[in-house]
Design a protein around this ligand. Sequence first.
Ligand code: B12
Ligand code: SF4
Length: 555
Amino acid sequence: MKIAFVQPPPRSEFDRHWARFPGLGIAYVASSLRAAGHEIELLDGKLDELTVDDIVARVRDGCPGLVGVTCMTVEYPRAVEIARRIKVDRPDVPIVVGGAHVNAVGAQALVEGEAFDFACVGEGEYLSCELADALHGGVDPSAIPGLVSRRGDEIVTAVPRSPPDDYDALPFPAWDLFRPVETLPLITHRGCPFRCVFCSHNSGFRPRYRTPANVLDEIEQIVERHRPHRIRIEDETFGLHMGRTKAILEGIIARGFHRRIRFSAQTRVDRVDEEFMRLLKEANFGLLELGVESGNPDVLKKIEKGITLEQVERAVALAKANGLRVWCKFILGHPHETHETVRDTIDFIAKLNPHQLSVSIMTPFPGTPIHEMALRGEGGYRLLSGGWEDFDKYSSGVLELETVSLGQLKRYQIACYANLYLRNGRLVELARLVVSNRAVGWEMLRSAVGRTVLEGARRLRRQGDASPRPLDLLPDGGDAAAEVVDERGDRRPRHDDVVTRNTLRRSRRQQQNGLGTEGPRVDAGRSGERNRGRQQHEVKEAGRVPQVAVRDELE
Ligand code: B12
Ligand code: SF4
């Protein structure tokens, strides 16, 4: 069967910044499908700069028997738009959606995306082959584990899919389908057992490993066939199983890959030691990414990061002493964050003086404890937007705190970067950074200024009144302390802040469709295998469209 895979095009400068990295998930799914005898056409809106129109035209002309779309949360609205447009020309072509967003929301991906016929919840290598075979053979695919299917007005969720038993058995990602790039991703294990409250756990909690020999064979294939400048190890924590990690590093050195290609990786500051750093350097890992998140010890405890500031300082010092470049990543807007804790972070960044820095704003990705806190107004949070397109953690407009407004968070975000370079006398580097990232920098600045002006205007209008209080956004009708405020430039706020009763509106839509409103709660529980199972089971039992947990497109 001919299958078209769609990578949605970028929407913003922030998206464009990431668009140079190819998608590992679809590269894996495509290679499994190809190994099973299917023909793959890649429609890459990022690397090939295809527009939505281009993608729709290519599907119309190419007549695939199945279209697969991948998306993270921020990309989901774009994915929905593409599917809807494809269905206008080709109502007969089945469309399956997968990726981090779908793994988190499950059946809801079909509730909100009416043009999707199927959703893949979990890993897609085997599921996609089973789906393609079923469709090819005219068999009903709805019992395929991990699959959510639309059957008329009904959404059917099959039992959850367990991850593969043997990751060494998967064919290597199909990079030949992609345009050649400077950096290719590689993953040596999936799953992270830690419990940071903001993390999506897209690959689940239980770590599943490939053998070092299998990883090294993939590196060899990449070096021989695709010749990128760098391999970026995408493991969430490269040092998770240190014995195995060191075996991979020693293998890289023993097989001479370190002389042919550069590497980078990310890990936790508590999963490093002197020997690991030395091996990284020897194996030609130029850059080590470390998730630090906050410069305040109490905040680190609240977010269950499980690390201390001392461990951070030690890891950064060890990396620098071994000649590695260090890239530290922070988040502003943690639960109960205050101006003081943010200032601690700003100071800590300057003290650490990493070579590279990323500072994002807390974004409540579905399936995370932060998402649930935001919905309930816990942690001092106020939910500002329910639109998935706002779920970009660098330009995020989704959350603010009662104590620190979004405008302030955005200004602090810029201050973190400025302070790092200015306080450490790195003026030339700062100038270079500003020039080379001017599009993203400009968008960041524009967004901070825009939000600050908006907040100033609101304060004047309100003359000190509090924002309208939360409505029952949770599907169980509970007293959710959350509000949805439309602040996007193209639409006018209804009152001071627009509070949207999306459940009400959705209920109305469901009533019109004769589906009733008392569906089970599909809460965006953690995307770990256990909760995924619970969600799906509930939907299946009720056999009808579930109520939706939160968001809305703010008509
Ligand atoms: C590599 C990576 C990137 C890379 C490459 C992204 C890419 N296009 O693949 C880069 C650096 C570009 C990146 C960028 C971003 N990322 Co990122 N990234 C990751 C990381 C570390 C690994 C992803 C990966 O390759 N996993 C391994 C593969 C095998 O798994 P997979 O992608 O889920 O794919 C499997 C299934 O989902 C499924 N599948 C996927 N697509 C499809 C499609 C079909 C049709 C089917 C059937 C199945 C299927 O099958 C695949 C194989 O099993 C994850 C963390 C993680 N563990 O997932 C974060 C993660 C995916 N990223 C995340 C985020 C938030 C982002 C950003 C949005 C950050 C931001 N700016 O806010 C940007 C995206 C910008 C944009 N618009 O593109 C979040 C996503 C959360 C969410 N709900 O959206 C994650 C989960 C990190 C986290 N812990 O929160 N990212
Ligand atoms: S943030 Fe990193 S360490 Fe924490 S749970 Fe997520 S992947 Fe694991």
